[in-house]
Design a protein around this ligand. Structure first.
Ligand SMILES: Nc1nc2c(ncn2[C@@H]2O[C@H](COP(=O)(O)OP(=O)(O)OP(=O)(O)O)[C@@H](O)[C@H]2O)c(=O)[nH]1
Ligand SMILES: [Mg+2]
Length: 461
């Protein structure tokens, strides 16, 4: 059946069903989810900067508006407050997210071309969920036992910030001793400090995610456990109880989140702060690769009974892997960044069996904070970006380092456990959002947000 015929049948058989696209925005903490959602919505409401989104460019989208979301019990995404931060006279980044929220954007679409005369305007809803990136990591826990997770967590802890201190602490307790709550709490506290310190140093693979962002669960038994070196535990022992709490964590915290918010996703964008990880060094880049493999592996059908059940054979139709914050780089380096992103996630996406799903990789900036410049450096022209530094508020030109054409030049040493990059030093600067004077009809400036939107849901408009 041709596309047009399929579309017509659909309108005939479901004349009143309004299509809903559930857009999954997936990314670790600080990957750029909240800024992406805010800017995407703003640029769909004011479409002047969306030439690569066909339905915006050809005028098919006649209106965009926010509607009450479908889930009454989830807080609404603070779109206006977040956009307010980005567009204030003294703009700032929105705060890191500490709870889940949801937004429904509705587009009025007047089909053009062949269908123009056949059908009237349609409404297409786009539902988007925002959540703290820390929670995403837990997806990889679902098919691990306490013993498997413990072994991996203890191996990772070696040499990482505050890891050795925790290892010592764990060696010092007898896992088979009778459960004693103060000991349990001390271990959980020690392990949590290690997780927080590791994350601050740029490591991604820090589980359980809620330990770093406990909210109202702080102090509850379900967050009071930690990895232990042994595998067999006596009844009523500390180890046995930790094992039970780990299972309870998966059952009561991890599963409901993924059941409620991941199962229904049609289209997915995976946001990755690749530049940030490169800057943090080979170990951080390899850790990012590993963490993403664990997360995306969960989308592999048949991998685990729970996930197979919640997805029920439903597959994500399109997945976009996006390196965020590309405004840190002159566009002449964007192809390299995209290639690194693709290579970094290759194993993950192959393993995840995204067969049938259309995938692509892109370098994007949800909010462009810089302008491009070519300057003379020791008699050689170099491509830089210029922006306002977050720390000092001063304007600065910035060259992050030469990204290799061959991604293996970064990924291989990272995998081999190199402790620093050989030929180059990759810097990052944090830029503040630039003060904006938007023309009517224009959304905030971005890089390739329109291309990303076209890939993700352009076919549905
Ligand atoms: N230059 C630049 N920086 C960005 C961009 N998007 C995000 N950032 C930076 O990345 C930080 C994190 O972005 P968020 O959107 O809050 O990240 P998040 O994925 O929502 O993070 P959590 O809420 O902690 O899970 C921001 O505070 C900015 O410093 C961008 O397009 N350009
Ligand atoms: Mg956020």
């Amino acid at each position: 059946m041709s596309w047009a015929a399929a579309e017509i049948t659909d309108t005939l058989t479901h004349p009143f069903a309004e299509p809903v696209i559930r857009l999954g925005v997936t990314g670790l903490s600080r990957a750029g989810k909240t800024v992406f959602i805010t800017s995407l919505v703003a640029n769909l409401m004011d479409r002047g900067r969306m030439p690569q989104l066909a339905a915006a460019a050809n005028g098919a989208i006649t209106a965009a508006y926010l509607q009450p979301q479908p889930d009454d019990t989830i807080p609404r995404f603070a779109y206006e407050a977040n956009l307010g931060c980005l567009t204030a006279p003294d703009p700032k980044w929105p705060d890191s997210t500490d709870r889940i929220s949801e937004l429904r954007l509705s587009l009025r679409v007047q089909p053009s071309g062949l269908l123009a005369g056949l059908s009237g305007p349609r409404t297409v809803h786009i539902d988007i969920v925002d959540y703290p990136g820390e929670w995403l990591l837990d997806l990889a826990l679902l098919d691990q036992s306490y013993a498997q997770w413990s072994a991996a967590a203890l191996t990772r802890a070696k040499g990482r910030p505050e890891g050795d201190a925790y290892l010592q602490q764990a060696q010092g307790v007898d896992a088979n001793s009778t459960l004693d709550e103060p000991t349990a709490q001390a271990l959980a506290t020690g392990f949590t400090s290690h997780l927080n310190a590791s994350r601050a140093a740029g490591f991604s693979d820090c589980t359980p995610g809620r330990f770093m962002l406990p909210g109202e669960l702080a102090g509850s038994p379900v967050l009071t456990f930690a990895p232990l070196p042994s595998e067999k535990f006596a009844r009523k022992s500390l180890g046995r109880e930790f094992e039970r709490r780990f299972e309870s964590y998966k059952h009561n915290i991890v599963r409901p989140f993924f059941r409620d918010h991941f199962a229904k996703i049609d289209r997915q964008i995976v946001l990755v702060d690749v530049l940030g990880a490169i800057h943090a060094g080979p170990a951080a880049l390899d850790d990012l690769r590993n963490a993403m493999a664990g997360i995306l592996g969960a989308f592999r059908p048949g991998r685990n009974a729970f996930l197979t059940r919640i997805f029920q054979g439903k597959r994500v139709e399109k997945i976009l892997f996006a390196a965020t914050k590309a405004d840190h780089l002159h566009h002449s380096q964007h192809p390299q960044l995209t290639a690194i992103t693709q290579a970094l996630l290759r194993e993950a996406s192959d393993r995840a069996d995204f067969a049938g799903a259309k995938t692509a990789a892109m370098s994007i900036a949800a909010l462009r904070t810089t302008v491009e410049n070519t300057v003379d450096h020791a008699g050689k022209p170099i491509d830089v970006v210029r922006g306002r530094l977050l720390e000092t508020g001063k304007q600065a030109a910035f060259y992050p380092g030469d990204l290799p054409d061959d991604p293996a030049h970064l990924l291989s040493p990272a995998r081999a456990g190199a402790d620093k990059w050989l030929d180059a030093d990759y810097a990052v600067m944090r830029f503040a959002p630039a003060p904006l004077t938007l023309r009517p009809g224009d959304g905030p400036p971005h890089i390739r947000l329109d291309k990303a939107a076209q890939f993700l849901f352009g076919d549905k408009l």
